[in-house]
Design a protein around this ligand. Structure first.
Ligand code: G4P
Length: 283
C-alpha cells in the first residue's frame, strides 16, 4: 500500500511552526499513544530549537498500558518529559500544566529578577492532524482559563488564550508532519484513522490489522469475532470468517468483506477490541 500524506501542506506547516516556535517558552507536542513513534515528527528536536518540550501521550485510554510504559522510558531516556492524557475526559491535563511550569522555572526566575513578576509563560500545542490537538486545547482552556473569562489578546498578529496562573496559549495549534519516507509510518497512521479512509483500501488495511492482531493480541481477535482459531489461515480467510460469523452477506449471497473490514477497523479505532498499541520499542 502506497500512502502519500498531505505532502502539499508540508512547506506551509513547516514555516508556520518555525515562526510560532520563536514566540513560545514551551512546546506541548501531542502524539497518539497507540503509535508513539509514527505519530511524532522525527525532526522535532531540530524544530524545537532547544525550547523546553513536553510530549503528551494522548488517547491514552486506547493504548496498551504495558507498551506505553516501555515508550515512556524510551522518551525519558532521551531527556524528554512525558505526560499521559485522555483529552476526551481531561485526565492528565493538570499534570501538563504543572510540567510546563516546572520546565519554565528558570525563565520565571529570570523574569522575576528583571522585575517582570507576572509575565505569563507562553505555550503552543503541536502535533500531526487528528492526534487530538483541538480536543486537548478545549480541555486545557476549560480547566485552566482565568475566572474572568478568556481575553484573547493580539500580539504580532497572533491570538493568545489567557490561562490562569500566568500562562498563555497560542490559540492555533502547530501542524506537524510524520516521516513520509517510511511506509510503515503511513500504514500505522492509516490504521488509527489519521489518514482519510476515502484514499485507502479499507480491506487491505483490515488484512494488515488482522495480521498484527493475530501476532500480538490473538485472544481479543478470537473472542470478539467468535473465531475458533487462526492457525494455518491466511488473513483473508480470517476476514471471511469474521464476515460469516457476523452474517455479513451481500447480493448474490456472497460474503461482504468490505463491511467486515469496516466493522473491524471501527471496533479497533474505538477501543472496542480493547487497548491496543501498534508499535513496539526497538522494532
Ligand atoms: P486535531 O485537532 O489534532 O486534528 O484532532 P481533534 O481534536 O479534532 O481530535 C480528533 C479525534 O480524536 C476526535 O474524534 C476526538 O474526539 C478524538 N480524541 C481526541 N483526544 C482523544 C483522547 O484522548 N481519547 C480518545 N478516545 N479520543 C480522543 P472524532 O471521531 O473525530 O470526533 P468525536 O468522536 O469527538 O465526535
Amino acid at each position: 500500500m502506497n500512502i502519500q500524506w498531505y505532502p502539499g501542506h508540508m512547506t506551509k506547516a513547516k514555516r508556520m511552526m518555525q515562526e510560532n516556535i520563536k514566540l513560545v517558552d514551551v512546546i506541548i507536542e501531542l502524539i497518539d499513544a497507540r503509535v508513539p513513534i509514527s505519530s511524532r515528527n522525527p525532526d522535532m528536536d531540530k524544530i524545537a530549537n532547544n525550547k523546553p518540550r513536553i510530549v503528551v501521550f494522548n488517547k491514552i485510554d486506547l493504548a496498551d498500558r504495558n507498551k506505553t510504559e516501555e515508550f515512556i522510558k524510551w522518551y525519558e531516556d532521551r531527556g524528554i518529559s512525558v505526560v499521559l492524557v485522555n483529552s476526551k475526559n481531561g485526565k492528565g491535563i493538570n499534570q501538563v500544566i504543572n510540567k510546563a511550569y516546572e520546565l519554565c522555572k528558570e525563565k520565571i526566575e529570570r523574569n522575576k529578577k528583571r522585575g517582570l513578576i507576572n509575565k505569563p509563560i507562553r505555550a503552543m500545542v503541536a502535533g500531526i492532524p487528528n492526534v487530538g490537538k483541538s480536543t486537548f486545547i478545549n480541555k486545557l482552556v476549560g480547566k485552566a482559563s482565568a475566572k474572568t473569562g478568556n481575553r484573547p489578546g493580539v500580539t504580532k498578529g497572533k491570538q493568545w488564550i489567557k490561562l490562569k496562573k500566568d500562562m498563555e496559549l497560542l490559540d492555533t495549534p502547530g501542524i506537524l508532519w510524520p516521516k513520509f519516507e517510511d511506509q510503515q509510518v503511513g500504514i500505522n497512521l492509516a490504521l488509527i484513522g489519521s489518514i482519510k479512509d476515502e484514499i485507502l483500501n479499507i480491506e487491505e488495511l483490515a488484512l494488515i490489522l488482522i495480521e498484527y492482531l493475530r501476532n500480538n493480541y490473538l485472544e481479543r481477535l478470537l473472542t470478539r469475532y467468535k473465531l475458533s482459531d487462526t492457525d494455518n489461515l491466511e488473513s483473508i480467510q480470517i476476514l471471511e470468517n469474521i464476515a460469516k460469523n457476523r452474517n455479513l452477506i451481500k447480493a448474490g449471497n456472497e460474503l461482504d468483506l468490505n463491511k467486515a473490514a469496516i466493522i473491524l477497523m471501527d471496533e479497533f479505532r474505538n477501543g472496542i477490541l480493547g487497548k491496543i498499541t501498534l508499535e513496539t520499542v526497538g522494532l
